[in-house]
Design a binder for this molecule. Structure first.
Ligand SMILES: [Zn+2]
Ligand SMILES: [Zn+2]
Length: 230
């Protein structure tokens, strides 16, 4: 009699975002943030904490970048994949515009989307750093009482600023010195826990007595995990 092939079932597991504490579900790959925006906010905080620890936070260009990136986040974040420009296209645009800012004529190395996200050549132009930042700021609506979600946006600015300026990291994902190493450990931990949950689910599905195993495996369940929501 051929042996039955056992497949590990996919088990959705509830998890909490490192950046906003919002709940979301992971299935087979560990994910640490509920959205791309949350991932960007955390990397924003680490980037500027790093500037701060090197005494650069008060430099004009860093303050400018701080403001610009906050504006991006408030406008829904960079849609990174959509805005990524292939190297060949970058080179083509730089060559066409002779590495010259199309606004002020100074040397420029930034590639700017004229409108929206399209990477068509006629939608791309070379700008210098100053003109690029200037454009981003002037395109962003000023934050006035009338802006939709004014209070939420203000709360977000306060939150990001306080996380950037606090002496100790307020969140694990804010730790500019250790996050890179920590996230690898955390992901490994979650991967192991996900595997255990799938293994237990298989036992349940096949009617195997897993009570003993369950006790052992649940003991190794990731400390990052809330509960199983199958
Ligand atoms: Zn989140
Ligand atoms: Zn310029």
């Amino acid at each position: 009699m051929p042996r039955k092939r056992l497949e590990l079932p996919r088990v959705p597991v509830k998890f909490f975002c490192f950046n906003c504490d919002g709940a979301f579900t992971i299935v087979d790959q560990p994910k640490l943030f509920c959205s791309e925006e949350c991932q960007q906010e955390a990397s924003f905080v680490r980037y500027f904490r790093n500037c701060k620890s090197r005494g650069k936070l008060n430099r004009t260009d860093i303050q400018m970048a701080f403001k610009t990136r906050i504006l991006h986040i408030l406008n829904g974040g960079y849609k990174q994949s959509a805005r990524r420009i292939p190297l060949a296209t970058r080179l083509q645009v730089s060559g066409r515009d002779k590495e010259t800012c199309q606004k002020c004529g100074n040397p420029g190395r930034e590639i700017d989307h004229i409108h929206g996200d399209s990477n068509a050549l006629n939608n791309l132009q070379v700008l210098c750093w100053d003109c690029h930042i200037g454009k981003t700021i002037s395109n962003s609506k000023p934050l006035t009482r009338e802006v939709l979600g004014f209070d939420d946006k203000n709360a977000k600015i306060d939150n990001l600023r306080s996380r950037t300026e606090s002496k100790k990291p307020q969140r694990i994902c804010d730790d500019e010195k250790h996050w890179n190493a920590n996230q690898i450990i955390i992901k490994t931990d979650i991967r192991r826990a996900l595997y255990n949950e799938r293994f237990l689910a298989l036992g349940r599905n096949e009617g195997i007595d897993i009570s003993k195993l369950e006790k052992d495996l649940v003991g190794t369940r990731s400390m990052w995990m809330d509960k199983i929501t199958t």
